[in-house]
Design a protein around this ligand. Sequence first.
Ligand code: ADQ
Length: 448
Amino acid sequence: MNRLVIVANRVPNPGERGATAGGLAVALKDALAKREALWFGWSGQIAEATAADPVETRIGRITYATLDLGREDHRRYYLGFSNGSLWPTLHYRLGLAVFAREDHAGYRAVNAAFAAALAPMLRPDDTIWAHDFHLFPVGAALRALGCRQRIGFFLHVPFPPAGLFCALPRAAELLTDLAAYDVIGVQTEDDAVNLRAALAGVGQEEAAARVHAFPIGIEAEAFTTLAEKAIGKRETERFRQSLVDRALIIGVDRLDYTKGLPQRFCGYGQLLARFKTHRSKVTYLQVAPVSRGDVAQYRALRRELDEWVGRINGQHAEPDWAPLRYMTRAVARPVLAGFMRMARVGLVTPLRDGMNLVAKEYVAAQDPEDPGVLVLSRFAGAVAQLPGALLVNPLDPDEIAEALDQALTMKPAERKARWEECIVSVRRDGARAWCREFLSRLEGANDA
Ligand code: ADQ
Protein backbone atom coordinates (compact mmCIF):
# COMPACT_ATOMS: atom_id res chain seq x y z
CA MET A 1 0.00 0.00 0.00
CA ASN A 2 1.29 3.49 -0.78
CA ARG A 3 2.25 5.94 1.93
CA LEU A 4 -0.20 8.34 3.57
CA VAL A 5 1.13 11.83 4.23
CA ILE A 6 -0.75 13.89 6.82
CA VAL A 7 -0.08 17.62 6.80
CA ALA A 8 -1.50 19.47 9.78
CA ASN A 9 -0.70 22.60 11.75
CA ARG A 10 0.27 20.46 14.74
CA VAL A 11 2.00 17.13 14.93
CA PRO A 12 1.27 15.27 18.17
CA ASN A 13 4.00 15.41 20.85
CA PRO A 14 5.79 12.17 21.75
CA GLY A 15 3.84 11.97 25.03
CA GLU A 16 0.50 12.27 23.21
CA ARG A 17 1.16 9.55 20.70
CA GLY A 18 -0.07 6.74 22.93
CA ALA A 19 -3.39 6.00 24.58
CA THR A 20 -3.91 9.54 25.81
CA ALA A 21 -3.81 11.15 22.37
CA GLY A 22 -6.77 13.33 21.46
CA GLY A 23 -8.25 15.06 18.43
CA LEU A 24 -6.87 14.28 15.01
CA ALA A 25 -4.47 11.59 16.28
CA VAL A 26 -7.43 9.54 17.56
CA ALA A 27 -9.49 10.09 14.40
CA LEU A 28 -6.61 9.00 12.16
CA LYS A 29 -5.54 6.06 14.31
CA ASP A 30 -7.01 3.41 12.08
CA ALA A 31 -5.72 4.90 8.82
CA LEU A 32 -2.25 5.28 10.34
CA ALA A 33 -2.22 1.72 11.71
CA LYS A 34 -2.73 0.17 8.31
CA ARG A 35 0.01 1.76 6.22
CA GLU A 36 3.26 3.58 6.25
CA ALA A 37 2.72 7.23 7.08
CA LEU A 38 4.44 10.57 7.29
CA TRP A 39 2.96 13.22 9.58
CA PHE A 40 4.25 16.67 8.77
CA GLY A 41 3.67 20.01 10.50
CA TRP A 42 4.63 22.45 13.22
CA SER A 43 6.47 21.05 16.25
CA GLY A 44 4.63 23.40 18.64
CA GLN A 45 8.01 25.03 19.41
CA ILE A 46 8.89 28.64 18.68
CA ALA A 47 12.44 29.50 17.52
CA GLU A 48 14.17 32.64 16.30
CA ALA A 49 13.39 31.78 12.66
CA THR A 50 11.26 29.12 10.98
CA ALA A 51 13.36 26.02 10.34
CA ALA A 52 14.01 25.08 6.73
CA ASP A 53 14.58 21.38 7.40
CA PRO A 54 12.23 19.23 9.41
CA VAL A 55 13.29 17.14 12.40
CA GLU A 56 12.28 13.53 11.80
CA THR A 57 11.32 10.93 14.41
CA ARG A 58 10.20 7.47 13.44
CA ILE A 59 7.85 5.50 15.69
CA GLY A 60 6.78 2.17 14.17
CA ARG A 61 5.58 2.84 10.64
CA ILE A 62 4.93 6.53 11.24
CA THR A 63 7.55 9.19 10.60
CA TYR A 64 6.87 12.49 12.35
CA ALA A 65 8.53 15.43 10.59
CA THR A 66 8.27 18.77 12.35
CA LEU A 67 9.39 22.34 11.84
CA ASP A 68 9.85 24.92 14.59
CA LEU A 69 8.15 28.21 13.75
CA GLY A 70 9.99 31.50 13.92
CA ARG A 71 8.62 33.99 16.46
CA GLU A 72 7.39 36.40 13.79
CA ASP A 73 5.88 33.62 11.67
CA HIS A 74 4.10 32.22 14.74
CA ARG A 75 2.65 35.65 15.45
CA ARG A 76 1.56 36.31 11.86
CA TYR A 77 0.55 32.86 10.62
CA TYR A 78 -0.81 31.25 13.79
CA LEU A 79 -2.00 33.96 16.16
CA GLY A 80 -2.72 36.54 13.46
CA PHE A 81 -4.29 35.16 10.33
CA SER A 82 -5.28 31.62 11.45
CA ASN A 83 -6.69 32.46 14.88
CA GLY A 84 -7.45 36.16 14.50
CA SER A 85 -8.92 36.24 10.96
CA LEU A 86 -9.96 32.78 9.81
CA TRP A 87 -11.19 31.17 13.05
CA PRO A 88 -13.83 33.85 13.83
CA THR A 89 -14.86 34.24 10.17
CA LEU A 90 -15.36 30.52 9.66
CA HIS A 91 -17.41 30.43 12.88
CA TYR A 92 -19.73 33.21 11.59
CA ARG A 93 -18.18 35.81 13.95
CA LEU A 94 -17.09 38.46 11.47
CA GLY A 95 -17.33 41.08 14.20
CA LEU A 96 -14.47 39.41 16.06
CA ALA A 97 -12.25 39.03 13.00
CA VAL A 98 -9.22 41.25 12.57
CA PHE A 99 -7.25 41.53 9.38
CA ALA A 100 -3.70 42.73 8.76
CA ARG A 101 -1.88 42.38 5.46
CA GLU A 102 1.31 41.38 7.29
CA ASP A 103 -0.52 38.50 9.00
CA HIS A 104 -1.94 37.34 5.69
CA ALA A 105 1.53 37.49 4.12
CA GLY A 106 2.96 35.54 7.09
CA TYR A 107 0.23 32.90 6.68
CA ARG A 108 1.11 32.43 3.03
CA ALA A 109 4.85 32.40 3.80
CA VAL A 110 4.48 29.63 6.39
CA ASN A 111 2.32 27.57 4.02
CA ALA A 112 5.01 28.03 1.35
CA ALA A 113 7.72 27.06 3.87
CA PHE A 114 5.77 23.92 4.81
CA ALA A 115 5.46 23.00 1.12
CA ALA A 116 9.15 23.66 0.45
CA ALA A 117 10.22 21.47 3.39
CA LEU A 118 7.74 18.71 2.57
CA ALA A 119 8.21 18.47 -1.21
CA PRO A 120 11.67 16.84 -1.13
CA MET A 121 10.36 14.16 1.26
CA LEU A 122 7.53 13.09 -1.05
CA ARG A 123 7.39 9.94 -3.13
CA PRO A 124 5.56 9.91 -6.48
CA ASP A 125 2.81 7.57 -5.25
CA ASP A 126 2.14 9.23 -1.86
CA THR A 127 -1.40 10.19 -0.93
CA ILE A 128 -1.35 13.60 0.77
CA TRP A 129 -4.06 14.75 3.18
CA ALA A 130 -3.91 18.34 4.46
CA HIS A 131 -5.97 19.38 7.48
CA ASP A 132 -7.84 22.47 8.50
CA PHE A 133 -7.95 26.22 8.09
CA HIS A 134 -4.27 26.83 8.85
CA LEU A 135 -3.41 25.17 5.57
CA PHE A 136 -5.80 26.37 2.85
CA PRO A 137 -2.81 27.28 0.56
CA VAL A 138 -0.44 24.36 1.22
CA GLY A 139 -1.82 22.24 -1.65
CA ALA A 140 -1.42 25.06 -4.18
CA ALA A 141 2.10 25.71 -2.82
CA LEU A 142 2.97 22.03 -3.34
CA ARG A 143 1.52 22.12 -6.87
CA ALA A 144 3.67 25.20 -7.62
CA LEU A 145 6.69 23.09 -6.70
CA GLY A 146 5.66 20.45 -9.23
CA CYS A 147 3.91 17.94 -6.92
CA ARG A 148 1.45 15.84 -8.90
CA GLN A 149 0.40 13.47 -6.12
CA ARG A 150 -3.22 13.21 -5.03
CA ILE A 151 -3.81 15.89 -2.42
CA GLY A 152 -6.95 16.10 -0.32
CA PHE A 153 -8.03 18.75 2.19
CA PHE A 154 -10.39 18.48 5.15
CA LEU A 155 -11.84 21.51 6.94
CA HIS A 156 -12.62 20.61 10.57
CA VAL A 157 -14.51 23.83 11.31
CA PRO A 158 -17.71 25.18 9.68
CA PHE A 159 -17.76 26.99 6.36
CA PRO A 160 -20.13 30.00 6.54
CA PRO A 161 -22.36 31.37 3.76
CA ALA A 162 -20.37 32.73 0.81
CA GLY A 163 -21.29 36.38 1.46
CA LEU A 164 -19.97 36.18 5.01
CA PHE A 165 -16.75 34.39 4.07
CA CYS A 166 -16.07 36.76 1.18
CA ALA A 167 -16.16 39.75 3.54
CA LEU A 168 -12.75 38.56 4.75
CA PRO A 169 -10.06 40.36 2.76
CA ARG A 170 -8.23 38.01 0.35
CA ALA A 171 -11.05 35.45 0.58
CA ALA A 172 -11.00 34.92 -3.21
CA GLU A 173 -7.34 33.99 -3.05
CA LEU A 174 -8.02 31.39 -0.36
CA LEU A 175 -10.84 29.90 -2.42
CA THR A 176 -8.61 29.74 -5.50
CA ASP A 177 -6.01 27.92 -3.37
CA LEU A 178 -8.59 25.27 -2.56
CA ALA A 179 -8.94 24.48 -6.26
CA ALA A 180 -5.50 22.76 -6.07
CA TYR A 181 -7.01 19.88 -4.08
CA ASP A 182 -8.44 16.72 -5.61
CA VAL A 183 -11.00 16.33 -2.82
CA ILE A 184 -12.22 19.10 -0.50
CA GLY A 185 -13.90 17.68 2.59
CA VAL A 186 -16.16 19.50 5.05
CA GLN A 187 -18.14 18.29 8.05
CA THR A 188 -21.78 18.79 6.98
CA GLU A 189 -24.02 19.22 3.95
CA ASP A 190 -24.65 22.83 4.99
CA ASP A 191 -20.91 23.52 4.92
CA ALA A 192 -20.66 21.83 1.52
CA VAL A 193 -23.47 23.98 0.09
CA ASN A 194 -21.81 27.15 1.42
CA LEU A 195 -18.35 26.26 0.15
CA ARG A 196 -19.60 25.20 -3.29
CA ALA A 197 -21.38 28.54 -3.64
CA ALA A 198 -18.27 30.45 -2.55
CA LEU A 199 -16.10 28.54 -5.04
CA ALA A 200 -18.60 29.06 -7.85
CA GLY A 201 -18.63 32.76 -6.99
CA VAL A 202 -14.92 33.04 -7.84
CA GLY A 203 -15.25 30.99 -11.03
CA GLN A 204 -14.06 27.69 -9.51
CA GLU A 205 -17.03 25.55 -10.57
CA GLU A 206 -14.85 22.48 -11.14
CA ALA A 207 -13.44 22.70 -7.64
CA ALA A 208 -17.00 23.17 -6.31
CA ALA A 209 -17.85 19.74 -7.72
CA ARG A 210 -15.00 18.25 -5.64
CA VAL A 211 -16.50 19.43 -2.32
CA HIS A 212 -18.10 16.65 -0.24
CA ALA A 213 -19.31 16.26 3.35
CA PHE A 214 -17.55 13.68 5.55
CA PRO A 215 -18.89 13.98 9.12
CA ILE A 216 -16.07 13.10 11.52
CA GLY A 217 -16.79 10.58 14.27
CA ILE A 218 -15.18 8.93 17.27
CA GLU A 219 -13.94 5.44 18.06
CA ALA A 220 -17.19 4.74 19.89
CA GLU A 221 -16.48 1.24 21.22
CA ALA A 222 -13.10 2.31 22.58
CA PHE A 223 -14.69 5.30 24.33
CA THR A 224 -17.46 3.14 25.82
CA THR A 225 -14.82 0.75 27.19
CA LEU A 226 -12.89 3.70 28.64
CA ALA A 227 -16.04 4.92 30.39
CA GLU A 228 -16.97 1.46 31.72
CA LYS A 229 -13.47 0.91 33.07
CA ALA A 230 -13.44 4.29 34.81
CA ILE A 231 -16.41 3.36 36.98
CA GLY A 232 -15.16 1.99 40.30
CA LYS A 233 -11.75 3.64 39.93
CA ARG A 234 -10.59 5.81 42.82
CA GLU A 235 -10.83 9.17 41.03
CA THR A 236 -14.33 8.50 39.69
CA GLU A 237 -15.60 7.17 43.01
CA ARG A 238 -14.22 10.14 44.94
CA PHE A 239 -16.05 12.41 42.55
CA ARG A 240 -19.27 10.40 42.86
CA GLN A 241 -19.14 10.59 46.65
CA SER A 242 -18.64 14.34 46.48
CA LEU A 243 -21.93 14.66 44.56
CA VAL A 244 -23.94 13.11 47.43
CA ASP A 245 -26.60 11.65 45.09
CA ARG A 246 -27.12 14.91 43.24
CA ALA A 247 -27.77 14.70 39.50
CA LEU A 248 -24.70 15.69 37.47
CA ILE A 249 -24.68 17.97 34.43
CA ILE A 250 -21.38 17.87 32.54
CA GLY A 251 -19.80 20.25 30.02
CA VAL A 252 -16.41 19.58 28.41
CA ASP A 253 -14.94 22.12 26.02
CA ARG A 254 -11.78 23.94 25.12
CA LEU A 255 -12.11 27.42 26.58
CA ASP A 256 -13.11 29.12 23.33
CA TYR A 257 -15.62 31.85 22.46
CA THR A 258 -17.27 29.59 19.89
CA LYS A 259 -18.34 27.14 22.60
CA GLY A 260 -21.07 29.39 24.04
CA LEU A 261 -19.89 29.12 27.64
CA PRO A 262 -21.19 32.46 29.04
CA GLN A 263 -24.64 31.80 27.55
CA ARG A 264 -24.50 28.25 28.93
CA PHE A 265 -23.62 29.45 32.44
CA CYS A 266 -26.41 31.99 32.19
CA GLY A 267 -28.81 29.20 31.13
CA TYR A 268 -27.83 27.15 34.17
CA GLY A 269 -28.38 30.19 36.36
CA GLN A 270 -31.86 30.50 34.83
CA LEU A 271 -32.56 26.84 35.64
CA LEU A 272 -31.78 27.46 39.30
CA ALA A 273 -33.79 30.69 39.37
CA ARG A 274 -36.87 29.47 37.48
CA PHE A 275 -37.08 25.75 38.29
CA LYS A 276 -36.59 25.84 42.03
CA THR A 277 -37.11 22.08 42.53
CA HIS A 278 -33.61 21.49 41.17
CA ARG A 279 -31.93 23.63 43.80
CA SER A 280 -29.56 21.58 45.96
CA LYS A 281 -30.34 18.55 43.78
CA VAL A 282 -28.06 19.18 40.85
CA THR A 283 -24.35 19.86 40.27
CA TYR A 284 -22.92 21.20 37.03
CA LEU A 285 -19.27 20.38 36.28
CA GLN A 286 -17.70 22.39 33.48
CA VAL A 287 -14.23 21.34 32.35
CA ALA A 288 -12.72 23.97 30.07
CA PRO A 289 -8.95 23.92 29.73
CA VAL A 290 -7.44 27.20 28.61
CA SER A 291 -6.58 27.28 24.92
CA ARG A 292 -4.88 30.09 22.99
CA GLY A 293 -4.26 31.84 26.29
CA ASP A 294 -1.96 34.33 24.54
CA VAL A 295 -4.84 35.83 22.51
CA ALA A 296 -6.60 38.83 24.11
CA GLN A 297 -10.15 37.66 23.27
CA TYR A 298 -9.49 34.40 25.09
CA ARG A 299 -8.18 36.17 28.19
CA ALA A 300 -11.32 38.34 28.21
CA LEU A 301 -13.53 35.25 27.93
CA ARG A 302 -11.75 33.71 30.88
CA ARG A 303 -12.45 36.78 33.02
CA GLU A 304 -16.09 36.76 31.92
CA LEU A 305 -16.48 33.11 32.90
CA ASP A 306 -14.81 33.69 36.27
CA GLU A 307 -17.46 36.34 36.91
CA TRP A 308 -20.29 34.01 35.91
CA VAL A 309 -19.03 31.28 38.24
CA GLY A 310 -18.80 33.74 41.12
CA ARG A 311 -22.27 35.12 40.39
CA ILE A 312 -24.01 31.73 40.13
CA ASN A 313 -22.32 30.18 43.14
CA GLY A 314 -22.64 33.40 45.14
CA GLN A 315 -26.36 33.65 44.42
CA HIS A 316 -27.42 30.00 44.76
CA ALA A 317 -24.87 28.07 46.87
CA GLU A 318 -25.75 26.55 50.23
CA PRO A 319 -23.16 25.82 52.92
CA ASP A 320 -23.10 22.20 51.74
CA TRP A 321 -23.72 22.74 48.00
CA ALA A 322 -21.84 24.55 45.24
CA PRO A 323 -24.09 24.45 42.15
CA LEU A 324 -21.30 25.03 39.62
CA ARG A 325 -17.86 23.44 39.62
CA TYR A 326 -15.54 24.91 37.04
CA MET A 327 -12.07 23.68 36.07
CA THR A 328 -9.68 25.27 33.59
CA ARG A 329 -7.22 22.38 33.92
CA ALA A 330 -7.34 19.54 31.39
CA VAL A 331 -8.70 16.24 32.65
CA ALA A 332 -7.30 12.97 31.30
CA ARG A 333 -9.57 11.26 28.76
CA PRO A 334 -10.12 8.06 30.82
CA VAL A 335 -11.28 10.13 33.81
CA LEU A 336 -13.47 12.36 31.62
CA ALA A 337 -15.09 9.29 30.09
CA GLY A 338 -16.05 8.10 33.59
CA PHE A 339 -17.44 11.53 34.56
CA MET A 340 -19.50 11.57 31.34
CA ARG A 341 -20.97 8.15 32.16
CA MET A 342 -22.01 9.38 35.59
CA ALA A 343 -23.68 12.52 34.21
CA ARG A 344 -27.47 12.64 33.90
CA VAL A 345 -27.09 15.44 31.34
CA GLY A 346 -24.40 16.24 28.74
CA LEU A 347 -24.55 19.97 28.03
CA VAL A 348 -23.00 20.88 24.66
CA THR A 349 -24.02 24.32 23.42
CA PRO A 350 -21.50 25.80 20.98
CA LEU A 351 -22.60 28.92 19.08
CA ARG A 352 -21.11 27.20 16.00
CA ASP A 353 -19.11 24.02 15.74
CA GLY A 354 -17.79 22.08 12.76
CA MET A 355 -18.87 18.81 14.35
CA ASN A 356 -18.30 18.59 18.15
CA LEU A 357 -16.89 15.27 19.21
CA VAL A 358 -17.71 15.80 22.89
CA ALA A 359 -21.42 15.32 22.07
CA LYS A 360 -20.63 11.96 20.47
CA GLU A 361 -18.31 10.96 23.32
CA TYR A 362 -21.05 11.73 25.85
CA VAL A 363 -23.45 9.40 24.02
CA ALA A 364 -20.80 6.65 23.71
CA ALA A 365 -20.01 6.89 27.45
CA GLN A 366 -23.58 6.18 28.62
CA ASP A 367 -24.84 3.06 30.38
CA PRO A 368 -27.40 1.59 27.90
CA GLU A 369 -29.64 0.58 30.82
CA ASP A 370 -29.69 4.02 32.41
CA PRO A 371 -28.48 6.59 29.88
CA GLY A 372 -28.32 10.33 30.38
CA VAL A 373 -29.72 13.01 28.08
CA LEU A 374 -27.73 15.10 25.61
CA VAL A 375 -28.69 18.79 25.41
CA LEU A 376 -27.18 19.99 22.16
CA SER A 377 -26.85 23.25 20.25
CA ARG A 378 -28.73 23.27 16.97
CA PHE A 379 -25.60 24.90 15.48
CA ALA A 380 -23.23 21.98 16.07
CA GLY A 381 -22.42 19.90 13.01
CA ALA A 382 -23.13 16.79 15.10
CA VAL A 383 -26.89 17.52 15.09
CA ALA A 384 -27.47 15.41 11.97
CA GLN A 385 -26.12 12.28 13.69
CA LEU A 386 -27.79 12.83 17.06
CA PRO A 387 -31.55 12.80 16.45
CA GLY A 388 -32.34 11.89 20.06
CA ALA A 389 -30.71 14.98 21.56
CA LEU A 390 -32.73 17.85 23.03
CA LEU A 391 -31.88 20.72 20.69
CA VAL A 392 -31.49 24.29 21.91
CA ASN A 393 -30.61 27.67 20.50
CA PRO A 394 -27.35 28.32 22.39
CA LEU A 395 -27.99 32.08 22.39
CA ASP A 396 -31.20 31.65 24.39
CA PRO A 397 -30.42 30.99 28.09
CA ASP A 398 -34.13 30.43 28.83
CA GLU A 399 -34.30 27.68 26.24
CA ILE A 400 -31.19 26.09 27.77
CA ALA A 401 -32.84 26.23 31.21
CA GLU A 402 -36.04 24.65 29.88
CA ALA A 403 -34.11 21.86 28.13
CA LEU A 404 -32.11 21.20 31.31
CA ASP A 405 -35.35 20.92 33.30
CA GLN A 406 -36.79 18.56 30.68
CA ALA A 407 -33.63 16.43 30.72
CA LEU A 408 -33.42 16.28 34.53
CA THR A 409 -37.05 15.22 34.88
CA MET A 410 -37.19 12.85 31.89
CA LYS A 411 -38.57 9.35 32.53
CA PRO A 412 -36.13 6.43 32.04
CA ALA A 413 -38.06 5.02 29.04
CA GLU A 414 -37.75 8.29 27.11
CA ARG A 415 -34.10 8.67 28.07
CA LYS A 416 -33.45 5.19 26.72
CA ALA A 417 -35.37 5.76 23.49
CA ARG A 418 -33.56 9.03 22.81
CA TRP A 419 -30.15 7.53 23.57
CA GLU A 420 -30.84 4.57 21.26
CA GLU A 421 -31.61 7.02 18.44
CA CYS A 422 -28.20 8.63 18.97
CA ILE A 423 -25.92 5.67 19.58
CA VAL A 424 -26.71 4.00 16.24
CA SER A 425 -25.00 6.67 14.15
CA VAL A 426 -22.32 7.42 16.75
CA ARG A 427 -21.23 3.79 16.31
CA ARG A 428 -21.82 3.61 12.56
CA ASP A 429 -20.33 6.96 11.49
CA GLY A 430 -17.16 6.60 13.55
CA ALA A 431 -13.59 7.76 13.04
CA ARG A 432 -12.81 4.70 10.95
CA ALA A 433 -15.67 5.32 8.51
CA TRP A 434 -14.67 8.99 8.23
CA CYS A 435 -11.08 8.11 7.24
CA ARG A 436 -12.17 5.32 4.94
CA GLU A 437 -14.69 7.45 3.10
CA PHE A 438 -12.40 10.43 2.68
CA LEU A 439 -9.44 8.36 1.54
CA SER A 440 -11.42 6.16 -0.81
CA ARG A 441 -12.80 9.25 -2.53
CA LEU A 442 -9.34 10.81 -2.68
CA GLU A 443 -7.60 7.67 -3.88
CA GLY A 444 -10.32 6.97 -6.41
CA ALA A 445 -10.29 10.61 -7.54
CA ASN A 446 -7.66 10.39 -10.25
CA ASP A 447 -8.81 6.96 -11.40
CA ALA A 448 -12.27 8.14 -12.43
P1 ADQ B 1 -12.48 21.18 18.85
O1 ADQ B 1 -12.96 22.58 18.69
O2 ADQ B 1 -11.29 20.98 19.69
O3 ADQ B 1 -12.20 20.50 17.42
P2 ADQ B 1 -14.30 18.95 19.77
O4 ADQ B 1 -14.66 18.23 18.54
O5 ADQ B 1 -15.45 19.06 20.70
O6 ADQ B 1 -13.78 20.41 19.49
O7 ADQ B 1 -13.15 18.26 20.66
C1 ADQ B 1 -12.09 17.57 20.16
C2 ADQ B 1 -11.51 16.61 21.22
O8 ADQ B 1 -10.89 17.30 22.31
C3 ADQ B 1 -12.53 15.66 21.84
O9 ADQ B 1 -12.03 14.36 21.73
C4 ADQ B 1 -12.64 16.08 23.29
O10 ADQ B 1 -12.87 15.02 24.20
C5 ADQ B 1 -11.30 16.72 23.55
N1 ADQ B 1 -11.56 17.76 24.55
C6 ADQ B 1 -12.32 18.84 24.41
N2 ADQ B 1 -12.38 19.51 25.58
C7 ADQ B 1 -11.65 18.80 26.47
C8 ADQ B 1 -11.36 18.95 27.85
N3 ADQ B 1 -11.89 19.94 28.56
N4 ADQ B 1 -10.55 18.05 28.46
C9 ADQ B 1 -10.05 17.01 27.76
N5 ADQ B 1 -10.33 16.81 26.47
C10 ADQ B 1 -11.12 17.68 25.82
C11 ADQ B 1 -12.30 20.87 16.03
C12 ADQ B 1 -13.63 21.48 15.58
C13 ADQ B 1 -14.78 20.54 15.94
C14 ADQ B 1 -14.54 19.17 15.31
C15 ADQ B 1 -13.14 18.66 15.64
C16 ADQ B 1 -12.81 17.38 14.87
O11 ADQ B 1 -13.81 22.76 16.17
O12 ADQ B 1 -16.01 21.07 15.48
O13 ADQ B 1 -15.49 18.25 15.82
O14 ADQ B 1 -12.15 19.63 15.30
O15 ADQ B 1 -12.97 17.57 13.49
